[in-house]
Design a binder for this molecule. Structure first.
Ligand SMILES: Cc1ncc(C[n+]2csc(CCOP(=O)(O)OP(=O)(O)O)c2C)c(N)n1
Ligand code: SF4
Length: 225
């Protein structure tokens, strides 16, 4: 963690858990110096000085093509594209879909908190049916979008695509490691993390965990896709 400034994530946020697990895996694999973390716009940008690894700031929805380009320029790097569910599955979907279809050797980490966190909790493609947000005050009517399942249709059979949750650190590390190994073997990889946003969910302590376990997990099934 940076010595100069405190992290800006809200208390109880899931982003720092994902980042810490990623760093733990990189350290275990002795790859921290080769790793470059591309950041989308959203609460993911708060990661820019959270870890002692190099970061790259991109535009909202453009982190996948940016880090794809970085990987082409520096094939020995471990290139991560780090985004929220809004950045990955709404504005960034077109480039993410084609990166998977072309089997680009980049590792995409998607933090799915079912809303647009940084801008105040608006409806995202992943918002659950019935979920109340500032843009769906009577409850969202649409079925949530399942990113990993959709990508599996077009991805190479050697790509690694999976979903886990921030309350399962063992599985998180296992999947991050497999995603990095896929990149090292020149294949696309993506891990989606079911994550907490207590600020916009307006939940406290145990209710935050309950929301993830009882509302999110039945819809967003964890596992390798
Ligand atoms: C091109 C563009 N459109 C919209 C925005 C406004 N914007 C900033 S962050 C954000 C949403 C971020 O939500 P998400 O990607 O789900 O990440 P989270 O903050 O939840 O981690 C939006 C729409 C922007 N910065 N740039
Ligand atoms: S708004 Fe939500 S996603 Fe953003 S830092 Fe706060 S808790 Fe995390």
């Amino acid at each position: 963690m940076s010595q100069e400034a405190p992290a800006k994530f809200c208390p109880g946020c899931g982003h720092p858990i994902v980042l810490m697990m990623m760093k733990r895996v990189l350290d275990d694999m002795d790859l921290s110096k080769q790793a470059v973390l591309g950041l989308d716009i959203g609460c993911s940008l708060l990661a820019w000085n959270f870890l002692p690894i190099n970061t790259f700031q991109t535009h909202h929805g453009r982190v996948t093509p940016t880090m794809m380009g970085f990987k082409r320029a520096r094939p020995n790097s471990i290139s991560f594209a780090y985004a929220g569910d809004g950045g990955a599955y709404a504005i960034g979907w077109q480039s993410l879909y084609h990166a998977a279809r072309r089997d680009e050797p980049v590792t995409v980490l998607v933090v799915n908190n079912t809303i647009y966190g940084m801008t105040g909790g608006q409806t995202a493609p992943t918002t659950l049916q019935g979920q109340c947000t500032p843009t769906s005050p009577k409850g969202s009517v649409d079925k949530p979008f399942l990113g990993p399942e959709a990508l599996k249709f077009v991805a190479n059979e050697n790509a690694f695509i999976a979903r886990t949750a921030v309350n399962d650190p063992k599985q998180m590390q296992e999947y991050i490691k497999k995603a990095i190994e896929a990149q090292q073997a020149n294949h696309f990889s993506l891990v989606e993390f079911l994550s907490f946003c207590p600020t916009n969910w307006r939940t406290k302590g145990p209710d935050t965990l309950k929301y993830l376990e009882e509302k999110m997990k039945p819809v967003f099934v964890v596992g390798v896709k």
